[in-house]
Design a binder for this molecule. Structure first.
Ligand SMILES: CCCCCCCCCCC/C=C/C(=O)SCCNC(=O)CCNC(=O)[C@H](O)C(C)(C)COP(=O)(O)OP(=O)(O)OC[C@H]1O[C@@H](n2cnc3c(N)ncnc32)[C@H](O)[C@@H]1OP(=O)(O)O
Length: 390
């Protein structure tokens, strides 16, 4: 990672991004009051007082605006391609074109003011990570460049309710756009997740089972689709046993760390159901068709070490040190250049994105049939009336 100073920018921002940012900034400035020279000087001094590094992209934007405001349009010769930092700075400044000095000044003042106010609103909570409110059974926090989405229904083994499916989608959408570099999904308590909450099947709408199956299909397609399209490195910290959809989705994660207490169980046949989460495609690809069939058709439960040997899990840690080791490692990874990580992730996933969406649709069509079947109804009823535990 290139270390930059306040006036030097990194090469992590494309000129296109810079110019679209600046178009927004220009728009903002048309409606705003013009900043005076004094406001501009104050903003320049305010920048020096910021405690938190605003990140290279932001410094690059500020650099360009500062140069435009003080010197006007860029008329320097373009640096050579190997002089990456100077070239990024030049690109950024040059992308401002003929933006008037006073507009650049105004944009600079507004940008610094937004940085200062976000810093002061996070003061007074030293060390506290920013917990995002609004989710009933998820705890979402952002700290050290990592957004953590924690399933938080420990007394029900983190079984996923209909509301949770929707909240996970919202949390992933927000994490995909926030300024964290890595997103982690984990569970609170002794389980990672016991899969779909089987009570979801008891919530039958006025249109009956047909309508329920259709509604579930729409929600599930969207839910799995969010994992397929997630733009940043996505990590599962599997803190304990995992069942059903929480296992199948692992094939869509980039990294899976597991406690040695974790197990991996996909009892679809026992439930009269069929695989989802794109596992009918990802599992044979990851572990070979024979091993995948044993899990997905016969419901064989794997230990963490078996899952690791078969490529579903990246690494297994002793339960006693799981949290410490995983978070230490992730904090180090979160400092890697974010755009490079995103690019690599997308290159890996884009090759099969269409295939994954098609698999998702096919699996859901099959499930719609399964949900209407007697096999499924009986299995769910047996669990809910406590006749069967998987
Ligand atoms: C986006 C779509 C929205 C709508 C959804 C529609 C359907 C989408 C379907 C998607 C396909 C998903 C498939 C799956 O995930 S299949 C797997 C489903 N999971 C299970 O079958 C697990 C069932 N649970 C168990 O077998 C055991 O509870 C378990 C082995 C996990 C733990 O056993 P243990 O003895 O340790 O603990 P308890 O059984 O006493 O559990 C504690 C309480 O938690 C409740 N619990 C646990 N898991 C579930 C669950 N999956 N659904 C509902 N409730 C669950 C359990 O009942 C206990 O509750 P009480 O204390 O109230 O008795």
């Amino acid at each position: 990672m290139v270390s930059v100073t306040w006036t030097v920018a990194s090469f992590s921002l494309s000129p296109l991004q810079v110019s679209s940012f600046l178009v927004q900034q220009m728009h903002m400035s048309q409606t705003a009051m013009r900043a005076s020279h004094k406001d501009f000087e104050t903003a320049v001094n305010q920048m020096k007082l910021l405690k938190k590094d605003p990140g290279n992209e932001m410094k690059l934007k500020l650099y360009a605006l500062y140069k435009q405001a003080t010197e006007g349009p860029c008329n320097m010769p373009k640096p050579g391609v190997l002089d990456l930092i100077s070239k990024a700075k030049w690109d950024s400044w040059n992308a401002l074109g003929s933006l008037p000095k006073e507009t650049a000044r105004q944009n600079y003042v507004e940008l610094v003011s937004s940085l200062s106010s976000s810093e002061s609103s996070s003061q007074g909570k030293p060390g506290a990570d920013s917990k995002q409110p609004g989710y009933e059974t998820l705890v979402v926090t952002s700290e050290d460049g990592i957004t953590k989405i924690m399933l938080n229904r420990p007394t029900k083994k983190n079984a996923i309710t209909t509301q949770m499916y929707q909240d996970i989608v919202l949390a992933l959408e927000a994490a995909g756009k926030d300024d964290s570099t890595i997103t982690v999904l984990t569970g609170n308590g002794d389980y990672y997740c016991s899969g779909n909450d089987l009570n979801n099947f008891t919530d039958i709408p006025p249109g009956g089972i047909e309508e329920q199956a259709k509604n579930n299909a729409i929600l599930l397609r969207n839910f799995v689709g969010c994992f397929i399209d997630f733009p940043k490195p996505l990590v599962a910290a599997v803190n304990g046993p995992a069942v059903g959809i929480s296992v199948t989705l692992l094939g869509l994660f980039d990294i899976v760390y597991a406690s040695d207490r974790a197990t991996f169980h996909t009892p679809f046949t026992h439930l009269g159901q069929s695989p989802e989460g794109c596992s009918s495609y990802t599992f044979p690809k990851i572990m070979g068709p024979a091993k995948a069939a044993e899990m997905l058709i016969f419901g064989k439960k794997l230990t963490a070490r078996e899952a690791c040997a078969q490529g579903l899990v990246t690494e297994v840690f002793p339960d006693s040190t799981f949290q410490k080791e995983v978070w230490t490692r992730l904090k180090a990874y979160s400092k890697l250049p974010p755009n490079a990580m995103r690019t690599s992730k997308q290159l890996i996933r884009n090759v099969e994105r269409e295939k994954l969406h098609a698999t998702n649709s096919e699996e859901i069509s099959a499930l719609q049939g399964r949900w209407r079947s007697e096999e499924c109804t009986n299995a769910v009823m047996n669990f809910l009336s406590r006749k069967v535990k998987l």
